[in-house]
Design a protein around this ligand. Structure first.
Ligand code: NAD
Length: 323
C-alpha cells in the first residue's frame, strides 16, 4: 500500500497507550476509529485526550480551538466490526498477553480490507509469534510507541519474519509524516531495542537497591542529575565515542564481572509484589504514591518532556550519524 492511500487509522485498545496513539494520528489530520472492549475506558478516551491536549496549549504548542477539531476526527466504535469500517491501517494496543492479541488479530482479519496494514504496540512479545494468528502475515509488523505516545517521538518499527518490505517502509513513512521518529528494527528479538536497553539498566538499579549500595532516591538521582541529562542529546554509542573506546574497553573489562547478570526477576521485586506494592497504580512501589503526588509528577513530566522534545525538533544538533 502507498502512503497516500492511508487516510483513515484504526486503534484497538483505548487504555494508557491506545488513547495517546489515537491522539497522534488525529493531531496529524487523520480520521481515527477507536475501539476498546471496556465501554467505560472507551467512553473516557476523548476526555483523556482533551486533557493531554491542554498541556500542549498551556505551553503554547497548540491553540485552544485546535482541541475540538482534533477530537472531532476521532470516532468511538462500539465493536471491532465498526472499527474496521474505513481504516487502511490499524494499530493494536490491547493488554500485553499473546493469547488476547492473537484473538484480536484473527477477529480483525474477518472485518478489515484484504490489503489493510496491521501493527502491534507490544512492548516485548515476538512480532512473528503474534502474527501466527493471521492468514496474511506479510501485512503485519510491530510499532512500539513509547509512553506518553502523544509526546515521545520514537516509535520502534519491527520487522517480523513475514513482514513485507513495502509494508515496513510505508509505515515508517507514515510515522515520519505524523512527526514521529521511526527506528527500524530489522530482526524480531524480544524487547526490541529500547526495552532491552531500559531493562538492562533497571535490572542493575533494582540489584543496587536490593544490596543496600544506595537508597532508591540516590539510585534515581544518579540518572536524573547525571547520565540521564545527556540522554536527550547523546545515545550510549555516541557517548562511548566521546568518552573514548579505549576507556570504554578498559571499563568493560574491569566492571562486567561485577554487574548483575540475573536471569530471573529480583527477590526485592518479588517481595514488593507479594505485599501488593505494584507501583503508582496501587499507591506504593519503591516509593509511596499518594494520588496528588502522582498527578503532580505526571503533569510536570509531560511539561518537561514537551519542552525537551520541542527543543530537539527545533534543531539542536543531535545526530552524530550526520556527515
Ligand atoms: N504502558 C506503557 O508504558 C507501554 C509502553 C509501550 C507499549 N505498551 C504496550 O501497549 C499495549 C497496551 O498497554 P497499555 O499500557 O495501554 O495497557 P492498558 O491496560 O492501559 O490498556 C489496554 C486496553 O486494552 C483493552 N482491551 C483488552 N482486551 C481487548 C480486546 N480484546 N479488544 C479491545 N480492547 C481490549 C482494555 O480494556 C484496556 O483498555 C501493551 O501491549 C503494552 O505492552 C505499553
Amino acid at each position: 500500500m502507498e502512503l497516500q492511500e492511508i487516510q483513515h487509522i484504526g486503534v484497538v485498545g483505548a487504555g494508557l497507550m491506545g488513547h495517546g496513539i489515537a491522539q497522534v494520528f488525529a493531531s496529524a489530520g487523520y480520521r481515527v476509529n477507536l475501539y476498546d472492549s471496556a465501554p467505560a475506558t472507551l467512553a473516557s478516551a476523548k476526555e483523556r485526550i482533551g486533557a493531554n491536549c491542554r498541556v500542549f496549549v498551556r505551553l503554547g504548542l497548540a491553540k485552544p480551538e485546535e482541541i475540538e477539531v482534533l477530537l472531532e476526527r476521532i470516532s468511538l466504535c462500539s465493536s471491532l466490526e465498526a472499527l474496521c469500517d474505513g481504516p487502511q491501517y490499524l494499530i493494536e494496543a490491547v493488554l500485553e498477553d499473546i493469547g488476547v492479541k492473537r484473538k484480536v488479530y484473527s477477529d480483525l482479519e474477518r472485518f478489515v480490507s484484504p490489503d489493510a496494514i496491521l501493527s502491534s504496540n507490544t512492548s516485548a512479545i515476538s512480532i512473528t509469534e503474534i502474527g501466527e494468528a493471521l492468514q496474511r502475515k506479510e501485512r503485519f509488523l510491530g510499532t512500539h510507541f513509547w509512553n506518553p505516545p502523544h509526546i515521545l517521538p520514537c516509535v520502534e518499527v519491527i520487522k517480523g519474519a513475514h513482514t513485507g518490505e513495502k509494508v515496513f517502509e510505508t509505515v515508517c513513512s507514515l510515522l515520519e509524516k505524523t512527526g514521529k521518529v521511526p527506528v527500524r528494527v530489522m530482526k524480531d528479538v524480544p524487547g526490541f531495542l529500547g526495552n532491552r536497553l531500559q531493562h538492562a539498566m533497571w535490572r542493575e538499579a533494582v540489584a543496587l537497591c536490593e544490596n543496600g549500595i544506595a537508597s532508591a532516591e540516590d539510585i534515581d538521582k544518579v540518572v536524573k542529575y547525571g547520565l540521564g541529562l545527556r540522554m536527550p542529546f547523546l545515545g550510549p554509542l555516541e557517548t562511548a565515542d566521546l568518552a573514548g573506546l579505549d576507556l570504554t574497553f578498559e571499563v568493560h573489562r574491569y566492571l562486567f564481572p561485577h554487574l548483575d547478570a540475573s536471569t530471573e526477576p529480583s527477590p526485592l521485586l518479588t517481595a514488593l509484589l507479594a505485599q501488593g506494592a505494584k507501583g503508582a497504580k496501587t499507591g506504593r512501589g519503591f516509593y509511596p504514591w499518594p494520588p496528588e503526588k502522582l498527578r503532580r509528577i505526571i503533569e510536570a513530566r509531560d511539561g518537561v518532556l514537551l519542552k525537551i522534545v520541542h527543543e530537539i525538533v527545533s534543531g539542536a544538533p543531535t545526530d552524530a550519524a550526520d556527515k
